[in-house]
Design a protein around this ligand. Structure first.
Ligand code: ASP
Ligand code: MG
Length: 443
């Protein structure tokens, strides 16, 4: 069987949903299980309504309901299919507007309606257009999670339950259309796995059910050698390894949620990234080991808005435990660190969370002279064969020097498949174009 996940933009309106119908129909022979996100903009609308209700707006429910109804009208979904959900949203948001309180648990409950309504609208529409389909909430497939609202994860044992439940639904001759993003804890309370989490639901289900592949259908031709909005010459990457894709996802490639790949990685289920608007394109397939006859480099990515915390002191020289003390402080404050570079007298760390980095900064004075630089970008050049290819660092630095971009920090570990460099946010455009031009666009 095959898991096919469609994102919000793929199910944005009738024109898009028709494309999805065509794609699913074309794959029918591979026994697809469809995972769907909410319609584009729906989760945002629900969250905004929740916040408005908590401020006392008693009619906050009407905005997301109108958005859903507009699409339901286009699809000619009978009223009775979605009316119970509208009633529940109204009752829930009315309650929130009375108590003026929005806990993470209530927010997950509110956010869940987007996916619950979308799968029903899709199943209804598909069935009326010649493809028998049936909607499921993912908990009907045994997706029971912990109670970390906003970032819930399935409990151990979910995979066996999912396989058992799938046997029952696979016996029917209808394509299952399953909610992404949401779950239920053991007490039956609705949870979510986190924003943009439908990809993660899809890979978790694919691994549990032993799928031959998981397909992530979105709106670009797979993963590209650079951000196509920035670099006109960006090209599709036909195949890449999980390690490369994980580095790219972390360094801001907007294609995949960083955690999406984790479940598939250990179990060697290929993940294919495809374009709903261009379904004949082969996209990108992400596998355990990419073939070795490829070019040394895969892509250039970047992550802007970073801050760099630097501690300098001569006391560090030849000392035992200095870094341990610094990192103890970092971990006590819960700062997530991206990149690290050290010399004998200084340590620099990058982080996304500036407020948290400021709190570390205040406490780090005892360790040496400290500073925090903000508005920085990490440029990452990724490729499986980087460690075995001489001269790449020279190329990278030369390309940046040619366009006058100053590299403020560099990190490259032993055997690493990623060279990371810190530059100023204002240099992103020039730097990415120069690197891509030199590394990927030369004849
Ligand atoms: N609908 C959810 C969100 O907007 C999940 C997803 O799209 O993957 O975050
Ligand atoms: Mg998404």
């Amino acid at each position: 069987m095959l898991v096919m996940k469609f994102g919000g933009s793929s199910v944005a309106d009738r024109a898009q949903i028709d494309k999805v119908l065509g794609v699913v129909r074309a794959h029918q022979g591979r026994r697809p299980l469809v995972v769907s996100s909410a319609h584009k903009g729906m989760t945002n609308a629900l969250i905004a309504a929740g916040r408005a209700a908590a401020e006392g707006d008693a009619a906050a429910a009407e905005v997301p309901i109108a958005l859903q109804q507009k699409i339901a009208d286009e699809l000619e979904v009978p009223e009775s299919v979605l009316a119970p959900f509208y009633d529940e949203i109204r009752a829930l948001l009315r309650g929130v507007s009375l108590v003026r309180e929005l806990s993470p648990r209530s927010l997950d409950y509110i956010s869940s309606f987007g996916e619950r309504m979308a799968v029903r609208a899709l199943a209804e529409y598909f069935s009326h257009h010649g493809l028998a389909a049936r909607a499921y909430d993912v908990w009907e497939l045994g997706f029971v999670t912990d109670s970390q609202f906003g970032r819930a994860r399935p409990l151990p044992g979910f995979e066996a339950a999912a396989r058992e439940r799938y046997q029952e639904l696979a016996a029917r001759s209808e394509v299952p259309i399953v909610t992404g993003f949401i779950g239920k804890n053991e007490r039956g309370e609705i949870t979510t796995v986190g924003r943009n989490g439908s990809d993660l639901t899809a890979t978790l289900l694919a691994v549990a059910l032993g799928a031959e592949e998981v397909e992530i259908w979105s709106d670009t031709d797979g993963v590209m050698t650079a951000d196509p909005h920035l670099v006109a010459g960006a090209k599709n990457i036909p195949v890449m390894s999980f390690d490369e894709a994980a580095e790219l996802a972390y360094f801001g490639s907007r294609m995949l949620h960083p955690e999406t790949l984790l479940p598939a990685m250990g179990r060697d289920v290929p993940v294919r990234v495809l374009n709903t608007n261009h379904p004949e394109h082969l996209g990108t397939v992400i596998v355990q080991h990419a073939p070795s006859e490829r070019a040394a480099l895969t892509s250039v990515a970047y992550k802007e808005g970073q801050c760099i915390l630097t501690v300098r002191t001569a006391r560090m020289f030849n000392q035992v435990g200095y870094l341990a003390r610094l990192f103890e402080l970092v971990s006590r404050h819960g700062l997530v660190v991206g990149m690290v570079a050290t010399s004998e007298v200084s340590v620099s760390l990058s982080a996304s969370d500036e407020a948290c980095a400021r709190r570390v900064l205040q406490d780090a004075a005892a360790l040496g002279e400290c500073r925090l630089d903000t508005g920085k970008t990490i440029l990452a050049v990724v490729g499986d064969r980087l460690p075995q290819t001489p001269g790449i660092a020279a190329e990278l630095l030369a390309a940046l020097a040619e366009v006058g971009v100053n590299v403020e920090m560099i990190s490259y570990g032993w055997g690493s498949i990623n060279v990371s460099m810190v530059i100023d946010d204002r240099e992103i455009d020039r730097a990415v174009k120069a690197l891509h031009g030199r590394l990927f666009e030369r004849p």
